[in-house]
Design a protein around this ligand. Structure first.
Ligand code: EPU
Length: 418
């Protein structure tokens, strides 16, 4: 079992480059199964969820591998099977994207329910009802979904009851090669949706409106090869800025998209941090004490993202005053709170609300990651704590962060993997 050992209390300083976005890379990798020729994905993060997606591609009969550092090559000329075994489905939530993609390519798909971080119930009922509208017959037995589009997939008008990110992406994947036009009303507007549309359009798809609440997909006969650069990860960017806010210091972040992060930047400014952005860079500086902020409610984009809740909460543990988070997207996304309290934080959780009373000091402690972003929150807090922290179960963190200890060491953090 690997651990991160963090010697806290060191000011951070320097420049880092932001990795490609996990939540853009995963649906795009699944989308490669829809394409005839070779796909080259640049800026693809080397994280464990990407390796899980690569295992599914290999199982389906594709050739996939990193050419060098972050360039992934996928050849999906031959898809030999259309079932995905339970052990691969369970590795991550994003295995569900293969449902839309494999159905789109072969008209059939047999999967079990996807795994992923336990953030409370994560049903796929909206994915299923959308695919049914597109002509897919879905039989559900003992956790196995047997899906067939006997007469082929056909375009449909789909109104989402909630702008679910994964459902919007799965419909897009199923619709690009379907017959006719699909319209998604109340679609998710997260930047990763636009990145998936950008990739599919580079392969010859006809998608308009991505990034707005109404997406129109005109089905085409086939998709061709392309090279595509995956967008930067806005949550990883928020994490490293939170680390600098918590520990204090000056950071230049390059290769990011500040325009996607306004709701997060606003919180850092309320904390008293200085944030300047220019094109693809953020210049950031934080001095203590930080200030508590107005209540933060997690929301769909362009609201404050649920994925940034844990890292910002960790940075606010020592801010002067009281801060409040209301978690509106997932039912069980405060699992880091108990661990932050072991480090001396003063946080009260009542249902979907967490109240943080700023404390003078955090202390190093032995803590345990329970999900990806919560784990990153523990790293953030440990960097601002006095003494040594030991974070276990870091396989959660590795799902989404590329060599987190190397990035943080490069800006002066006392962090090592054991
Ligand atoms: N929901 C349903 N039924 C469905 C689909 C979703 O009830 O069929 C509910 C979920 O249970 C949840 C809410 O709708 O309460 C939002 O779910 P959504 O579908 O929008 O999220 P997701 O696609 O499962 C993606 C990201 C998450 C991120 C959320 C919200 C990927 C691979 N995952 O999940 O990322 O938190 O959108 O922005 O894109 C992470 O990176 O740590 C992470 C969890």
């Amino acid at each position: 079992m690997q651990k991160l050992i963090i010697n806290g209390g060191k000011r951070l300083g320097g420049e880092i480059r932001i990795q490609g976005a996990k939540n853009a890379a995963l649906p795009i990798i699944a989308a490669c199964t829809l394409c005839g020729g070779e796909i080259i994905l640049h800026n693809c993060p080397r994280i464990s969820d990407v390796y899980s997606a690569m295992r599914i591609l290999t199982y389906l009969g594709c050739k996939v591998g990193f050419e060098d550092k972050n360039h992934l090559s996928v050849k999906a000329e031959n898809i030999s099977v259309n079932d995905i075994p339970d052990e691969l489905m369970r590795e991550m939530r994003s295995s569900v994207f293969f449902l839309g993609a494999v159905l789109g390519r072969t008209g059939k798909c047999r999967i079990t329910l996807p795994g992923g971080c336990d953030l409370g119930p994560r049903p796929i009922d909206m994915h299923i009802s959308a695919l049914r509208k597109m002509g897919v017959t879905i039989r559900e037995e003992f956790g196995v979904l047997d899906c067939t589009a006997e007469k082929g997939l056909r375009g449909a008008k789909i109104n989402l009851s909630f702008p679910s990110v994964g459902t919007t992406e799965n419909i897009m994947l199923a619709a690009v090669l379907a017959e006719g036009t699909t319209v998604i009303q109340n679609a998710a507007r997260e930047p990763e949706i636009s990145d998936l549309a950008g990739f599919l359009n580079s392969c010859g798809a006809k998608i308009s409106g991505a990034g707005c609440g109404r997406i129109v997909i005109n089905g085409v006969e086939k998709l061709h090869s392309c090279e595509y650069t995956i967008m930067p990860d806005r949550i990883v960017c928020a994490t490293y800025l939170s680390c600098a806010a918590a520990a204090g210091g000056e950071l230049v972040v390059s290769g990011c998209r500040p325009a996607d992060m306004e709701s997060i930047m606003n919180v850092f400014e309320q904390m008293g941090c200085i944030v300047h952005s220019a094109a693809d860079k953020i210049y950031f500086s934080a001095d203590h004490p930080l200030k508590a902020v107005a209540p933060i409610r997690t929301m769909v984009f362009p609201g404050f993202p649920t994925d940034a809740q844990a890292v910002l909460m960790a940075a606010l543990c020592k801010a002067k005053g009281t801060s409040v988070f209301v978690e509106n997207i997932f039912e069980n996304r405060f699992k880091h709170v108990g661990e932050l309290c072991r480090m001396g934080a003063d946080i009260l959780v009542e249902g979907k609300v967490a109240v943080i009373e700023g404390v003078e000091r955090l202390y190093g402690a032995k803590v345990c990651a329970a999900d990806l972003r919560g784990g990153a929150g523990l790293v953030t807090a440990a960097l601002s704590a006095e003494g040594v922290s030991e974070i276990s179960d870091i396989h959660y963190i590795d799902r989404g962060y590329e060599e987190i200890e190397k990035v943080l060491s490069s800006i002066g953090a006392g962090i090592a993997r054991e």
